[in-house]
Design a protein around this ligand. Structure first.
Ligand SMILES: NC(=O)c1ccc[n+]([C@@H]2O[C@H](COP(=O)([O-])OP(=O)(O)OC[C@H]3O[C@@H](n4cnc5c(N)ncnc54)[C@H](OP(=O)(O)O)[C@@H]3O)[C@@H](O)[C@H]2O)c1
Length: 199
C-alpha cells in the first residue's frame, strides 16, 4: 500500500517507520513544502518520498497527521475527497502541553466533524490514541500485540485500514461507527491513552 500523510512530524514519522518496515510506501507532506523534508526522506529510505499535500492525498490511504486547528486549511485546497480513504489521527486540541485545551465539539465527535469538512471522504478514526513514544515501540510485546482502536461508518474502509494496522504488527479493535466509537476513542475519552496489549 502507498500511504500519504498530511503532516510530517511526530505521528507521521513514527507510523511511517512501521509502514516502511512492513513493506509499504509513504508520501509525507507538510505546510512548508516537500523540499523542507529532504533530510527526513533520505533517512527513511527509498520507499519514502515527499510531495505537496495535494499529491499525498492521492495515495491509497491518506492519514491526517496535522494539528486539529489546521484542518480547515485542507478545505481551501480544492481537493476532491470523494471516495478517498482518510485516517483521522488528529486529536481535537486547540493547544498542546502543558494545558491541552480541547476544542468545543458540541454534541458531536471530532471525526464526525472531520467527515463534514472533507465531503465524500471515507473517514476512519485510528492512530490517535497512543502517544508517539509508545507508538514507536515494537508493537509485539510480552507475547502480545499492541492494541490500536479504530472506528468508521464505512465498513470496507475500516477493513482496509485494519489490515494495514495488522500488517504493521498492531492489533486493531473495532469500536463501531464514528459516533459511538469516536466518543470512547477521541482525546479525553477512556480509550485515548491506555497502552494495551492483546494477548
Ligand atoms: N504527537 C503524538 O504523540 C500524537 C499522538 C496521537 C495523535 N496525535 C495527533 O496527530 C496530529 C499530528 O501530531 P504531531 O505531534 O505529529 O504534530 P503536530 O505538531 O500536530 O503537526 C505538525 C505537522 O503538521 C504539519 N502541518 C501543520 N499545518 C499544516 C497544514 N496546514 N497543511 C499541511 N501540513 C501541516 C506541520 O508541517 P510544518 O512543519 O511545515 O508546519 C508538521 O509536519 C495532531 O492532530 C495530534 O493531536 C499526536
Amino acid at each position: 500500500m502507498k500511504v500519504g500523510f498530511i503532516g510530517a512530524a511526530h505521528l507521521a514519522q513514527t507510523y511511517s517507520k512501521h509502514l516502511l518496515r512492513s513493506g509499504h510506501s509513504v508520501i509525507l507532506s507538510n505546510r512548508r513544502g516537500p523540499e523542507t523534508l529532504a533530510g527526513l526522506i533520505e533517512s527513511l529510505g527509498p520507499r519514502a518520498s515527499a510531495a505537496p499535500v495535494e499529491v499525498a492525498t492521492e495515495a491509497d490511504v491518506v492519514v491526517l497527521a496535522l494539528p486539529w486547528t489546521q484542518l480547515q486549511s485542507l478545505q481551501q485546497k480544492g481537493i476532491d475527497w470523494n471516495g478517498r480513504i482518510v485516517v483521522d489521527a488528529t486529536n481535537a486540541l486547540l493547544t498542546y502541553a502543558p494545558d491541552f485545551r480541547r476544542a468545543d465539539l458540541g454534541s458531536r465527535t471530532s471525526s464526525e466533524i472531520v467527515a463534514d469538512m472533507l465531503p465524500g471522504a471515507r473517514i476512519v478514526k485510528a492512530l490517535n490514541t497512543l502517544y508517539f513514544k509508545v507508538l514507536e515501540r515494537d508493537p509485539s510485546e510480552a507475547g502480545g500485540r499492541r492494541v490500536m482502536f479504530i472506528c468508521s461508518d464505512d465498513g470496507e474502509a475500516k477493513k482496509i485500514v485494519a489490515s494495514i494496522l495488522s500488517s504493521t504488527g498492531f492489533c486493531p479493535i473495532d469500536l463501531g461507527g464514528l459516533a459511538e466509537g469516536g466518543r470512547i476513542q477521541q482525546f479525553g475519552a477512556p480509550l485515548a491513552g491506555p497502552n494495551l496489549l492483546a494477548l
